[in-house]
Design a protein around this ligand. Structure first.
Ligand code: UDX
Length: 435
């Protein structure tokens, strides 16, 4: 099938490449010439395991190309809209400028029978509004909402074989036609029995934001337990293991630490609350607490580091990890980068190292001292902060680290280190929510 993908950022680039991998003929459209040039050369503009290989195969096969020219979307039957919906400056609401521009830009190139498919995360009500726009401008064309649940670091696998499909479609025969088109796009995964939920626009939009709100709440729940554990001498990691054995609760997403960040969870819970406010509902007031607990954990690490060195000003801090999670170079709303910046603002010399995110972080925070490797960052440190759980940091040897630092102090911001082993090597080792 001929497919266009409008917006080739994180979501769109992965989606375009994976659709071509599945055998479709795909054109990716983006306004950013540099990004289009990179992708056209078969290179991924960001770090994502497996993506370079898929991109290379797909561009070499001739089934995938990228352009800045929206008119090249003409002729495709299905047009995915995968542009960003960032947080609006000065408000919590989602900024729909790019989604609106993408749909407007597509309108002159739509033909009868075409389906515009929204993948971006949007406030409930957006799809119904855009469907009107599409139908008014291009009779015979229609719109569906098909939210995306991919996780960074697993984006290729999550796109090729997701754990479910959700189609938000219009009622009646139009909905059946939209469903049949999406089924044809996702034929390979559906053949393996991937569940698919066909529903109305509003439900499809809400599935996405409620899934992210649930995940954020689960993380903040365990981080709230970490606060209680800190006040009582309990161990939140054992608590998580114990409650996680209850199949109704489950152990995943119960890792206490410096909390969630990234391009989705923080902005999505804020936009969801803003939408509930617009609807005059208090239903999501608790998400303000979810956000507050999350931000307090960053503060906690800053305070802990400050106390350990007896005042951050003039001290040397080594920060290991800048990405919002491992296997990513994404530092959007990264708790790790936030902590590093704050300690710098307090007058500490902050040496940082991330296996993939040094470059992306340096664009946002050039004031930090970027080390080429962990060893360089550690040398002469008064305190070490492990803030992203990259495999190489989990495998650090306490004796080796001890021989590099000035003072044997370490804070495990992700609760992935064996504190007993570090203490045995002479470290003052602290976790979050652990005695
Ligand atoms: C998230 C959703 O998981 C995905 O379904 C959606 O499509 C986009 O948003 P992503 O942003 O890639 O994906 O990251 P995710 O793996 O969800 O992690 C988010 C943040 O939560 C990270 O900063 C991570 O470190 C943190 N986290 C996760 C915890 O602090 N504890 C946990 O137990 C799990």
């Amino acid at each position: 099938m001929r497919i266009s993908v409008i917006g080739c950022g994180y979501l769109g680039a992965v989606h375009a490449a994976c659709m071509a991998e599945l055998g479709h003929d795909v054109v990716g459209v983006d306004v950013d010439e540099r990004k289009v040039a990179e992708l056209s050369a078969g290179r991924a503009p960001f770090f994502e395991p497996g993506l370079p290989e898929v991109l290379e195969r797909a561009t070499a096969s001739g089934r995938l190309r990228f352009t800045t020219d929206m008119s090249e979307a003409a002729g495709a039957q299905v047009h995915f809209v995968a542009v960003g919906t960032p947080q609006t400056a000065g408000s919590h609401a989602a900024d729909l400028t790019y989604v609106d521009a993408a749909v407007q830009g597509l309108l002159p190139h739509l033909s009868e029978g075409d389906l515009v498919v929204g993948k971006s995360t949007v406030p409930v009500g957006t799809a119904a509004r855009l469907a009107e726009v599409v139908r008014a401008s291009s009779p015979g064309a229609d719109l569906a909402w098909n939210p995306e649940f991919l996780r960074e670091g697993f984006a290729v696998a999550d796109t090729v074989s997701p754990d479910r499909f959700v189609y938000g479609v219009p009622a009646g025969a139009d909905g059946e036609r939209a469903t049949a088109l999406l089924d044809a796009v996702y034929e390979t995964a559906l053949a393996t029995g991937t569940p698919r939920i066909v529903t109305d626009y509003a439900t499809a939009e809400l599935v996405k934001v409620s899934a992210n709100a649930f995940l954020a709440t689960k993380i903040s729940f365990i981080n709230a337990m970490a606060e209680i554990a800190e006040a009582t001498g309990a161990d939140v990691t054992q608590l998580a293991d114990a409650i996680g054995h209850d199949a109704r609760i489950g152990r995943r997403f119960l890792n206490a630490g410096i909390g969630f960040g990234g391009g989705c969870l923080p902005k999505d819970i804020r936009a969801f609350q803003a939408r509930a406010d617009e609807l005059g509902l208090d239903s999501l007031a608790f998400l303000a607490d979810v956000d507050a607990v999350n931000l307090r954990r960053r503060e906690r690490v800053v305070t802990l580091a400050d106390e350990l060195v007896g005042g951050a000003a003039g001290s040397r801090v080594a920060v290991l990890g800048l990405a919002f999670k491992p296997d990513s170079d994404d530092v959007r709303d990264s708790p790790a980068l936030d902590v590093a910046r704050r300690l710098h603002e307090m007058g500490a010399h902050v040496a940082v190292f991330d296996p993939e995110a040094n470059v992306t972080a340096a664009r946002l925070a050039p004031q930090l001292d970027y080390a080429p490797d962990a060893e360089t960052a550690l040398r002469g440190a008064d305190v070490v902060l492990v803030l992203t759980e990259w495999r190489e940091f989990k495998a650090l040897d306490p004796e080796t680290v001890g021989s590099l630092v000035a003072q044997k102090r370490i804070v495990d911001g992700r609760n992935v280190l064996d504190l007993t082993a570090w203490r045995a090597a002479g470290f003052d080792a602290r976790g979050l929510g652990r005695p």
